[in-house]
Write a protein that binds this ligand. Sequence first.
Ligand code: NAP
Length: 256
Amino acid sequence: MRRVLLLGGTTEASLLAQALAVARVDAVFSYAGRTETPMKQPLPTRVGGFGGVAGLIDYLRRAGITHVIDATHPFAAQMSGNAVRACTDLALPLLALERPAWQAQPGDRWHHVSDLARAVAALPIEPARVFLAIGRQHLQPFLDVGQHWYLLRLVDPGFDVPSERGAVVLDRGPYTLAQDLALLERHGITHVVAKNSGGQGAQAKLDAARLRGCPVILIDRPVIASRPVAASVAQALQWLGVSDVHAHSPTTERGV
Ligand code: NAP
């Protein structure tokens, strides 16, 4: 009997969860538990870390998992590395569902950096107004650089910044170009810091930066141990040997 563990936290994971539910595949969805109100999934869902590689191995055994699909964020390197190690140990098939990285277009002023520390170092010496689109966990090293003003876009409330140092906008993607252009204009943003996450839902800030001629400090993806990769939900279903009933579901046709 096939039983899938789907490691989630991305739009693609939610789309695959929907497809697996429609196809009635026995599957468990897993969230890290980073946001207070995670999107409800149409699959049985567990929340929280497994306890490293050993904890994951133990879970996979106890839950009778036969296939693992890692649809975590491209920057979730710890979880992805753990999945490779646990699946290798148990000889379980593992697939990553990963969106392609963004590629620069004419007009983009991208400054590539390999990690957060280098992104902090890449900010200008003179005071800048920075849109920090990198999630809540990694803000402090930027805030420690005194001369800049930061616009923070976060999913959950509870993180405050004095008005002379920045502003917090609470929102959850997908974002539109009109929305992000207005945001950059309203706050007089001069620089954008982003992770090269790829995908549609978060791309608008890069398009808005291009239109405004703003430099973007773009953090490249971490290197993750080699594993088979699917670029679409359809490919992931094919890997599982499931026909793509999702492609014909009314929800997908609406593009939701
Ligand atoms: P990470 O550094 O790779 O993971 C740290 C630990 O969190 C993992 O070792 C694991 O704990 C637990 N974990 C992560 N994803 C999990 C999942 N889907 N189910 C159960 N446990 C999970 O990852 P992160 O950067 O903190 O990201 C956490 C989650 O947020 C991921 O699911 C990711 O898809 C999502 N996310 C991340 C980003 C980002 O920029 N990093 C952006 C958007 C969404 P144990 O070792 O105890 O098992």
